[in-house]
Design a protein around this ligand. Structure first.
Ligand SMILES: [Zn+2]
Ligand SMILES: [Zn+2]
Length: 374
């Protein structure tokens, strides 16, 4: 075990030329305990609105994998759906967390020791690489897709294991709590890539949560003629303004509350919420010949005004997660836009993850994005 791993002293990047070697005392301690029994703290999902900080064995990297010491872990909207009992995708006993920035702490067999001690964000999805979806560039819908923090233990923990090929470097200027936004931003890049060209179009985004705001930042770069964001929470709408000012010079920008009876005035409508009301509103807001794209996962099933969609000959698209290209593009955007994202994010201690997730659910006016710090 010891021969095929390269350990780095916790918290201290190894000096150049010394990567892969660890102080003898550290090595001795590790041998005494034996591999796989080093304890760590992890936030374990117990059931609806319940998380427990537990002491569990730190995971060991297998061939082609690395272990990262978690610097910051973002709380995703999809995890909130599981936490609140709206989704059964994540089972009790799971360690959540797929929005990750960390420092490589140990390398499995076949991994270059050059990555040890360096900070990375992680593409949290692994796919088979050989099915027709993967081979046609649509690995996001691979049937064997596995997500960190759902099918494999996630990063709401001191340490997490991930494939080395999923590591992506982010500029050193990007603070840890912003680096976790790479994953939500990759979702937004995927949405905009599925849409027709935004140039000169009137675009609406429903929802000013992290995904809606990420969609806004990517959509603004596409040169729309006008952009409207819709959210019932004034504090969240307010967060959209600096983004629009920074990126959308000369653009007609509006932030408003949802309309009970929406007028068809948008060429492209992005629904980042996915409740019955927002899915229906998206169809109502689109002009004849317009496009609606759904990515919010709030409701399992919703009744839709399909006759209206047919009479307007709308294109209704769905967007799910991202492929590696989207993630790489998201990191490029992150390196440019990180200062704009900073005000969205609240850092909370991992040990208080349950309280933080309850507050995120109950106080949308106070929290947009929570990053947990071990
Ligand atoms: Zn996420
Ligand atoms: Zn596949």
């Amino acid at each position: 075990m010891e021969e095929r791993r390269h350990r780095v002293a916790r918290g201290a990047p190894a000096p150049a030329g010394a990567l892969g070697s660890a102080p003898p005392r550290d090595r001795g301690q590790h041998r005494a305990r034996g591999p796989g029994v080093r304890p760590m703290k992890a936030l374990v999902f117990k059931g609806t609105r319940s998380m427990e900080l537990a002491s569990v064995p730190a995971p060991e990297p297998g061939p082609g994998e690395v272990r990262l010491r978690t610097l910051m872990a973002g709380v995703c909207g999809s995890e909130m759906h599981s936490f609140l009992g709206h989704s059964t995708y994540r089972r009790p006993g799971t360690i959540f967390g797929h929005e990750l920035v960390g420092v490589v702490d140990a390398c499995g067999a076949g991994v270059s020791p050059d990555v040890a001690g360096r900070r990375f964000v992680v593409d949290p999805i692994t796919t088979c690489g050989s099915c027709s979806a993967c081979l046609s560039g649509r690995s996001n819908v691979c049937a064997s897709r596995r997500l960190l923090g759902a099918e494999v233990p996630g990063c709401f923990a001191d340490f997490v294991v991930a494939p080395a090929r999923n590591l992506l470097e982010v500029s050193p200027e990007v603070p840890d709590q912003v680096a976790v936004m790479a994953e939500p931003l990759a979702n937004a890049v995927h949405v905009v890539r599925l849409l027709p060209k935004l140039l000169g179009r009137r675009v609406a985004i429903i929802g000013c949560g992290p995904i809606g705001l990420a969609c806004l930042s990517v959509a603004l770069l596409g040169g729309p003629a006008g952009l409207t964001v819709i959210d019932p929470v004034a504090e969240r709408r307010r967060l959209a303004l600096p983004l629009a000012e920074d990126l959308g010079r000369g653009l007609a920008f509006t932030a408003r509350e949802p309309d009970a009876d929406p007028t068809p005035e948008f060429d492209l409508v992005i629904d980042a919420v996915g409740a019955a009301a927002t899915r229906q509103a998206a169809i109502g807001m689109a002009v004849p010949g317009g496009t609606v794209i759904a990515l919010g996962l709030h409701a399992q099933a919703s009744e839709l005004p399909m006759n209206e969609a047919i009479r307007k000959e709308l294109r209704i698209l769905a967007s799910f997660a991202y492929v590696r290209d989207d993630f790489v593009a998201a990191i490029g955007l992150m390196n440019q836009l990180h200062k704009t994202f900073l005000p969205w994010i609240t850092i909370e201690p991992l040990a208080e993850g349950e309280r933080a997730m309850r507050e995120l659910a109950d106080m949308p006016e106070r929290f947009v994005k929570v990053a947990l710090q071990p």
